[in-house]
Structures are given as C-alpha cells and as structure tokens.
Write a protein that binds this ligand. Structure first.
Ligand SMILES: Cc1cc2nc3c(=O)[nH]c(=O)nc-3n(C[C@H](O)[C@H](O)[C@H](O)COP(=O)(O)OP(=O)(O)OC[C@H]3O[C@@H](n4cnc5c(N)ncnc54)[C@H](O)[C@@H]3O)c2cc1C
Length: 440
C-alpha cells in the first residue's frame, strides 16, 4: 500500500498524531499500523491521571532553565482543554473528572521533595495559582489518613477511564478516514524516499513515518542510548463508596505521594479505588516480556501501598491487578525528533506520565511531519539535549541494584525506620556519578 503518512503504534501518541494531522490537512492519506488493537498497550490500561508539567517544575528548572520550564508547563495547560474539547465535540464519555491532583507527603522523608517543588513554584511566580500548598488540616478536609502530612494541590489535573479514551480516539480516527490496520506488526523500517515499512501483513510505502511505539521502541537504534523500560503496576478494589465517605475522599481528586517509586491513587465514578506503584522491574536490551505484565511482587507493592496509605479502606477487596511497560528517558521527560537524514519521526520517554503529554506529543509530531517551525517544535521536548544512559549490561545490572536500594530505603523510611548504610550508599550512586536517572 501507499500512504502520505504512516504511523506505527495505536496508543494515545499515534492516535493524537493522526487526528492532529487530519486537522491540519484534510487531504493527507494517513495509515496507522498497530501490532495488536488500538489501546492494547499502556494507553488502555494506565491509572488515568491526566496532567501536564506543573508537578515537575523543580526538575525542569534544572534541566532546561526557568524560562523553558515555564514555557513547557504553560504548553501543558493546553492538554485538558484539548481533551475536553475532543470528548465534548464527539459526544464521548471517557469519565473525565476534573478535580485536581493532591501530591501529599506521606512520611517525614518525603517533605524535602515537596518543599523543593514548592520553592520552584514560588521562584517561578505560580505558587498559590497553579501550585497550591495545603496544610495537614486542609488535606484532611479532602481525605483522612493517619499517614498524610502536608500537600501541594495542582488544580490542572483530571482522571479518565483510560481504555474509554483510547476507544474514543480510535472511533474518531476511523471517522476521520484514517486507514487503521490493527493486528499488523511493523517488522522493519527502511528509510528512503519513500520509506518502506515491512509488516506482518504486507508492506507499505510512505513519504513520512511516525514511530509511536513507546516502551517497544527501547531497543530501536535511534533511541536506545537514551531510553530504557520499566514495569508499572496497579490494583483496583471492589466498589466501596461507603468507605470513601468514611475517610472523606468524595471529591474525586487524584492523589500521589512524593516517593521516587511513587504511589498514586484515585477513585472511579462507581466508588472503586485504584492504587498504582511505579516500582516494577527494569527491562533488558529493549525487550518487553512477561515481567512487565505478570510480576506478582510489583502488584503486591501496589496493594501494600493501598493498605499502608489508606488504612480506612482495609475492608476493601482488591478485584483486579495488572501491569504494563513504561518508557523511561534518562532525564524523565519525553523527547521528540526526526531521525537525521530521513523523514522518520518519533516520540518517547514519557517515563510513566504520558496520558496528558501524549496530547502534546500528537501536536509536536504533526508539526515534525508537516515541517512546521512553530510553538510545538520550539518546546524543550524537541530542542533539549537528552542525556545518555549507561550501556548494557551495566544499565540493567547497575540499574537493578540502584532500584532495589531505593525501594529498600523508601520502604524503611516510610515506616519511620532508618535505611541501612549500604542501601543509602547504593541509592545515592547515580547522583554521585552525575546522572539524572534513578536519583531521588
Ligand atoms: C500500569 C500503568 C499505569 C500508568 N498510569 C499512568 C497515569 O496514571 N498517568 C499517566 O500520565 N501515565 C500513566 N502511565 C503511562 C501511560 O500509559 C503512557 O505514557 C502512555 O499510554 C503512552 O502512550 P503511547 O501511545 O506513547 O504508547 P502505548 O500506549 O504503549 O502505545 C504503543 C502501541 O504501539 C504498539 N506497537 C508496539 N510495537 C509495534 C510494532 N512493531 N508495530 C506496530 N505496533 C506496535 C503497541 O501494541 C501499543 O499499542 C501508566 C502506564 C502503566 C503501564
């Protein structure tokens, strides 16, 4: 087959890109190739937190400076209006619940991260506006837990039912005349004019190609020195609206703590609670295997988080548990680019926070495809230099040791106990070596 643009991957990134391209040029022949079905990857099974970059101001300032950090955070403010307009115009119900995001310190050792974020917001003049400090008493008015201390509240955050959003995007893509080829795995991309894509079901020639395969991209040569993958797991309880009322968590806020291996939790419209933990195993050499979907201990850590942080929900039975791969960049921010000398564009590195940013990813990739020099291609997501990661097997072995040490520290400190000296030393190794990944 022939197409003007071929998009590989039918998650949020691929689907938003297809729709952004259609908006810009009604005549483009766009084909989207998905190995399974659209939304089969993390886009259909994530925690459903939708936010931009206000929560990450402190690290963004260090990465790209104050001006670019603010520019990116302001661009992120366009995500929710973009998603809201999409669902309203198309009459879709993705359970969009716009009630903000509470980042709460759940142990004394987490206060420092909160204070850093607060100081960054103050320095950039957005404290009290995009980032609202809440005292322990104010937190208790939104949700009661003996673990919760102070919090920062980020008004620009929503939750969605992730698979509903993926299905809505798929319907929209079909409605807009995008040629959707599901169960069509791309096995090889040969750059050229046009570029040739070999697939499990035939081949396709396209002038422009977008690779939007997220964690499956990790072993691909153009990105493999800057991208690795991890597992991320979540558990879901039975409906417990009466218990939510008892702990006062009826406002629909999304919540997370300030650990590096963050616990994040939210409610659903039928009164269930989802608790996720980003503490799954590290991949090796870019492969995505069973460790990303069937790792019992990682799902166990998500449930342990639920029991520890929300003891008022002790009677809530866990009915579902699942995992998926996340694509982690060396500086924990997504990056978008064109492979030099080709018309192959890509975006990856959401580092477990892609639900909202994939909307921006769609605009950026549409600009790269159309050759536009605009507000999207000037974002630091495109212009910054992304640091490299150590090569394999050091990445997996060293990364695994650091991950285990940080987990050990965070679990001890969460219970008010000191971590062992060895764990603390190994946990600090990346920072001592001047690396940004794996630092806390
Ligand atoms: C358990 C879990 C919870 C999460 N919770 C949140 C959250 O609450 N908030 C948040 O912001 N982020 C969260 N994330 C991350 C978020 O889901 C991702 O960042 C986001 O969905 C990435 O979208 P994507 O389209 O880039 O990738 P994906 O959704 O992974 O889509 C990539 C697609 O490419 C396809 N593919 C792969 N290889 C090929 C090939 N060779 N040929 C054709 N197709 C191919 C895959 O089948 C897949 O459908 C979570 C992730 C997990 C796993």
């Amino acid at each position: 087959m022939d197409a003007d643009v071929a998009i590989v991957g039918g998650g949020y990134t691929g689907l938003w890109t297809a729709l952004a391209l259609r908006e810009r040029d009604a005549s483009l022949r766009i084909a989207l190739l998905e190995a399974e079905i659209c939304g089969w990857g993390p886009s259909g099974r994530n925690g459903g937190f939708v936010h931009g970059f206000w929560t990450q101001l402190a690290s963004l300032r260090e990465l790209v400076g104050d001006g670019a950090a603010l520019e990116l955070a302001r661009a992120g403010s366009r995500i929710l209006p973009g998603i809201r307009a999409f669902v309203e115009q198309r009459g879709e119900d993705v359970w969009l619940t716009e009630r903000g995001y509470l980042k709460v310190s759940a142990a004394p050792f987490q206060d420092a991260a909160l204070e850093r974020a607060e100081a960054a917001a103050r320095a950039l003049g957005v404290l009290g506006d995009r980032v609202v400090p809440l005292s322990e008493a104010e937190v208790a008015k939104r949700v009661r837990s003996p673990r919760f201390r102070r919090a920062l509240f980020f008004p620009e955050c929503a939750t969605v039912q992730p698979a509903r959003l993926a299905r809505a995007l798929r319907r929209a893509a079909l409605g807009e005349g995008i040629a959707l080829h599901e169960r069509t795995r791309v096995t090889r991309i040969r750059a050229g004019s046009p570029t040739l894509l070999e697939t499990s079901a035939g081949s396709l020639r396209a002038a422009e190609v977008v690779v939007a395969t997220n964690a499956w991209m990790t072993g691909w040569k153009p990105v493999r020195s800057r991208l690795t993958n991890f597992g991320s797991y979540a558990v879901l309880t039975e409906p417990v609206p009466h218990l939510l009322e008892q702990i006062g968590w009826t406002g629909g806020e999304a919540i997370a703590d300030w650990r590096m291996f963050v616990h994040y939790f939210r409610t659903t419209p039928d009164g269930r609670v989802l608790m996720g933990s980003g503490s799954g195993p590290i991949g090796h050499g870019g492969s995505v295997d069973a460790r990303f979907t069937a790792d019992g201990p990682s799902a166990g850590r998500a449930e342990l988080g639920l029991r520890k942080l929300l003891p008022g929900l002790a009677a809530a039975r866990v009915t579902h548990a699942w995992g998926g791969p996340i694509d982690v960049s060396a500086d924990h921010q997504p990056f978008f680019a064109t492979v030099p000398g080709t018309r192959i564009h890509y975006g990856a590195g959401y580092s477990g926070h892609g639900v909202g940013p994939a909307w921006i990813g769609g605009q950026v990739l549409a600009s790269l495809v159309t050759g536009a020099d605009d507000e999207w291609t000037s974002l630091p997501l495109v212009t910054r230099r992304v640091p490299g990661l150590p090569p394999e097997p050091l990445r997996r072995v060293g990364g695994g040791a650091v991950r285990a040490a940080i987990l050990a520290c965070e679990e001890r400190e969460e219970d008010g106990l000191p971590a062992s000296q060895l764990a603390r030393l190994v946990a600090r190794a990346p920072a001592l070596l001047g690396m940004q990944i794996g630092t806390r």
